[in-house]
Design a protein around this ligand. Structure first.
Ligand SMILES: *[C@@H]1O[C@H](CO)[C@@H](O)[C@H](O)[C@H]1NC(C)=O
Ligand SMILES: *[C@@H]1O[C@H](CO)[C@@H](O)[C@H](O)[C@H]1NC(C)=O
Ligand SMILES: *[C@@H]1O[C@H](CO)[C@@H](O)[C@H](O)[C@H]1NC(C)=O
Ligand SMILES: *[C@@H]1O[C@H](CO)[C@@H](O)[C@H](O)[C@H]1NC(C)=O
Length: 333
């Protein structure tokens, strides 16, 4: 089911076939929900300790929860030193984010047992296995403060940490404004844990909200939600330190997080405009390492009009997180 990534027409027609005519192909998978402990809300992303095992997720009140399949949820960590239980616990008020913290991207290094956190207001942080207050490790790069750290991933070969600042101007609370003015001030950044240095790899990105390093560490992908495209940035080889368009002309989708698959491809969480009602529905897209789309499926049957943030393959299942939901969705066993 490969289609050329350069052809917008082909993408649209595949969308209409897969998303709107045959949702039954998706519904045949089992779907279950792992509900957060109430009133926790808005799991943005998921970081697994091991395939199909324990995982972490950050929610709207600034907490990072840990889920263990046998024992369930516990509060693991938080990002803001100013966080108070009375003011923050359980809040879904976006205006409290600057005080309570808002953990967005999470990435777990299984060798060092450290959890790296991209917080929308508190920059880049790291938590050890004891959790509690995470340690802030960077709040700016090249003298320019972070405004909205968003996506994060760890190079599986070098341990370098790659992350995005979604805008130099518009934070999480200003997302619709950023779209209105076609903001393109996002940066792709790198943190080297050996030197503690942060470097800027790409600038002028258009709301960079997803990032995944390839399985072999030769490149990373970065998604631009306003720009509706995905770039490939080469980390090694003859094209190292250069970027190219990996997927574009996907006019009907808004790419969010990207996660690598165990087999060398990627899952992209996105949205699509439903032709009849002009409303957005969530879709998941699987691509291989050369940008060929190998699956595109609507999640409308399970999510309705709720937009998702991330799709991640772990163990035998696909885990879906959404900052607009109170649960983690699981497709498959
Ligand atoms: C956190 O609290 C300290 C001390 O009360 C204060 O100086 C600082 O401005 C506060 N930071 C935020 C982000 O509220
Ligand atoms: C972003 O939103 C906050 C809260 O509404 C507001 O104070 C701030 O001025 C906004 N920033 C921009 C650049 O619009
Ligand atoms: C938004 O900016 C991009 C460049 O980042 C440009 O290609 C595109 O045409 C702009 N879109 C609008 C609607 O202005
Ligand atoms: C890219 O961003 C820099 C600031 O980081 C800015 O000075 C420059 O004008 C931008 N370039 C374009 C083409 O927008």
């Amino acid at each position: 089911m490969a289609i050329p990534p350069s052809s917008a027409v082909a993408v649209v027609s595949v969308l209409s076939i897969f998303v709107f005519s045959f949702p039954a192909t998706v519904l045949s998978e089992t779907f279950r929900q792992i509900f957060l402990p109430p009133p926790a809300f808005g799991p943005e992303s998921i970081a697994f300790e091991s395939p199909g095992g324990a995982f972490y997720t950050g929610v709207s009140d600034g907490h990072i929860f840990k889920y263990q399949p046998l024992t369930g949820w516990t509060v693991f960590a938080f990002t803001s030193p100013n966080r108070s239980v009375a003011f923050c616990d359980g809040t879904t008020d976006p205006n409290k984010g600057p005080i309570c913290g808002r953990p967005f991207g999470l990435a777990y290094n299984s060798f060092t047992k450290l959890l790296y956190i991209a917080d929308a207001y508190y920059g880049l942080l790291v938590a050890d296995s004891n959790g509690r207050l995470a340690r802030q490790i960077a709040t700016s790069a090249e003298g320019q403060p972070f405004v909205f750290l968003n996506a994060i991933d760890i190079d599986p070969v070098t341990g370098n940490v790659y992350f995005t600042d979604a805008s130099a101007v518009y934070d999480l609370r200003n997302s619709s404004k950023a779209a209105q003015v076609n903001d393109s001030t996002a940066r792709l950044l790198k943190y080297d844990p050996r030197t503690s240095q942060v470097t800027v790899l790409l600038r002028n990105l258009s709301r960079a909200v997803g990032l995944a390093v390839s399985r072999d560490g030769s490149f990373l992908l970065v998604s631009e939600a306003i720009g509706n495209r995905i770039r490939r940035y080469w980390l090694t080889g003859p094209k190292a330190n250069t970027a190219e368009i990996f997927l574009s002309n996907i006019n009907v989708v808004r790419p969010q997080d990207i996660k690598r698959t165990p087999s060398g491809g990627f899952w992209i969480a996105a949205a699509s405009v439903k032709q009849d009602s002009q409303t957005l529905v969530s879709i998941r897209i699987r691509v291989d390492g050369s940008g060929r789309i190998t699956e595109m499926a609507s999640l409308e049957g399970q999510y309705g009009s709720t937009l998702i943030s991330e799709v991640q393959e772990s163990g035998l299942s696909l885990y879906v997180s959404s900052r607009n939901a109170s649960f983690i969705g699981v497709y498959g066993p």
